[in-house]
Design a protein around this ligand. Sequence first.
Ligand code: 7ML
Ligand code: ZN
Length: 879
Amino acid sequence: MKDGLSEKSIYRKNYTVYPWDVSQLDIHFDIGSETTTVRAEMEFQLKDGARDSQDIVLNGSDLQLISLSLNGRTLSADDYVVDGETLTISGAPPKSVLKTEVKIHPANNSALEGLYLSGDFLLTQCEAQGFRKITWFPDRPDVMAAYRVTMEADRSEFPVLLSNGNRAEAGESAGGRHWVRWEDPFPKPSYLFALVAGDLELVEEHFTTRSGRDVVLRIYVETENLDRCAHAMESLVNAMRWDEERFDLEYDLNIYHIVATNDFNMGAMENKSLNIFNSKYVLARPDTATDADYQGIEGVIGHEYFHNWTGNRVTCRDWFQLTLKEGLTVFRDEEFSADMQSRAVKRIRVVRDLRSRQFPEDDGPMSHPIRPDRYVEINNFYTSTVYQKGAAIIRMYHTLLGEAGFQKGMKLYFERHDGHAVTCDDFLAAMADANGINLDRFGRWYSQSGTPQVHVSDHYDTATQTYTLTLKQRTPATYDQKDKQELVIPFAVGLLTASGEELPLQLETGTDIVQGTRLLVMEEAQQEYSFVNIPEHPVPSLFRDYSAPVKIFYDYSAEQLATLIAHDSDAFVRWDAAQRIAQNAILEQCRRHAKGLEMTLDSSLFKAFRGILSDRLADPALLAEAMIMPDEDYLAEQMEIVDVDGIHAAREFIRKGLANGLKTLFVERYNELNDGQSYQKSSKAMARRALKNVCLFYLIETDVGESLTAAQLKSSDNMTDTLAAIKGLILMESPLAVTALSDFESKWKTDALVMDKWFMMQAMKPGPGTVNKVKELMQHPAFSIQNPNKVRSLIGVFAMLNPTGFHAADGSGYTFHADRVIELDGLNPQVAARMASAFNRWKRYDEDRKMLMKSQLQRIAAVDNLSGDVSEIVNNALR
Ligand code: 7ML
Ligand code: ZN
């Protein structure tokens, strides 16, 4: 291939065992921001008692080598070969001790991988391959060693010195310096190593595990953030208790540290006993963080904690197995959130996220199975597919086996593999063996990319009172894979009468009768299910609880959807029915808009909204979800050729029509929920705010919008209401938006996380003019292109959440964005690659936009010394 991706690719099929065991790593850090000296001593032992000498291959990147010695002998330049990122020492004896010394330069590390500087403190990020930027080492997850870490630094500059495991020893050294030694009793792969050095403060709590172990929990932050840690701490305690109760898993050390940083490429990192978090997922106070932020913190704190068993105690053999730990841990954090908040609301949010992020990814140039077959840059595979679809696949085991069967599988998985680096096949085998079933065909989910389509048709036979559902599955070809196989698809179904009563389900082929939901398991391309004793043509309630990550096709009538919304017992199905009505209505108006016809309002959508707005029994959070219209990107996915402006116009038209047509109901509900009570953190209060702000989002289209919004802004005592109000004013193009934004700015200008929201609100404003605003905001003192959160809030939000801005017809959004990708590539390739993926769907637009996007992709691809990260994304997109 001309783009060079093939030669640079690493293939899953080429995995080989590392020939050495590395039992012990003793590592010494002489800490300084400009230069840190790293001395390492490691014991190499040939596997299986092999007697012949062998090469030792190590990984390293950007290291200044000072010295290298093997078994006490200093090596000279002709004793080893450095080739790119590997160093090979040939013919090492079966038992060898290697000593290395390197210098690294944290303050110059803008890629935020390895050891780097954040504010005044130093920290590390090693997953996936950052350890090689710290020292020469076999930097691969199947090499697990016991770490002893000694850190030495100036006491006043770096009073806090942290690493994994237990604090073993500490002392003073000359010249105002001090040192601390940490020992981690659990052997671990290098990607779980972490170190933090700086002047941080902490909040502390204790947790007693079920077996009576006292664990000290500490959250380290910069001084000004000490009053924003309470929610994270509470979430951690809840996560620890939940994992004991639901998964029978207990924490295994006496110490658990979390450190928050403003400079982080990802969400957080599960380093053994020293989690490092993007501050966005730790810090919260009612006036600085929204309800979504609070829920995000709970989920991510849970996620990193749950990795201690699913990821750390049992880790991945190689990076192709990433979903082994990530899919499983996302499943666990989803379940944790579901148990802590509302299960139904959590499920709906997960499905929305999967559909609007993972489905397009799987249908685009980066399509890959949850266990990929090849990669150029592993950092590009921390994807929605590996995480979210991976979790959906774990959820299917759970659906097929039930909670008890699933837990039996987990138990066997830990019995077999605790302390080891294993594969997805090992997980599947544990689930199968523990339950005495064969899951071989289910295993295809690991190797097949693309979103399966399930087409459902039905037939009712009045004479025999039999109702037959015919399911056909088909996975369309993807960029990476032409031929597709049949998958195992759990299909949870219920049948309703026209008036909404649930029918007892008896299959023609069996005698048992199920009241409610029946779980069927589809395995073939086409399958028929006949239900007997069905008195009328029923309304099918399909894929209850979204029982498989597939696209569902069934030609529902408006009446059937109305029945489901009003009566179905399954919250996902009710929500999905409402989404279908909204989607049909918007796409229909979009077609009229394209033909130059006047847009009209759909009566079934009106009816559905009237019902939702009059419902005083359902959870307000669920009602809110039902009224949130499908987002513009999701709607774009439903079109042959994306009509950016048409989708926007149609969506706005419908919002305005509903708002004005049902104004009285919206106002009534809004006023009811806007009860003047002071802020509370409870999920009930969050649910009420969610519904209130969805009502407001409609009401801004009416003549009372501005006054309601202004009043809400004035009286708000929390960030959720404040942000909803300012966003409303911006969307209304109210003159009040200008003062609201500048008041917000003066109040929060020195607060990094809150300013992210300020950038985000402005980057999201629809329309072709926003690109100029974004350019201007890049000059703002609170913006920095070096900070990933800032880049995501301003540039990322503009490119990915503002379709009418990014896709401005003159191409100005594209040019601007490509400039940013190129600029970022020189600083932080990981973040640059994420940004570059905004162009991935270019082939789905009209000819003009296609050409404009393509030429920007080509311009990026032609940059000298382009990183492998960005090169993989843009060359894939151009293929
Ligand atoms: C997913 C993470 C990474 C990358 C965190 C980095 C992690 C790798 C790390 C769900 C919830 C919170 C964070 C993440 C996420 C992309 C996403 N091991 O723990 O998976
Ligand atoms: Zn994770």
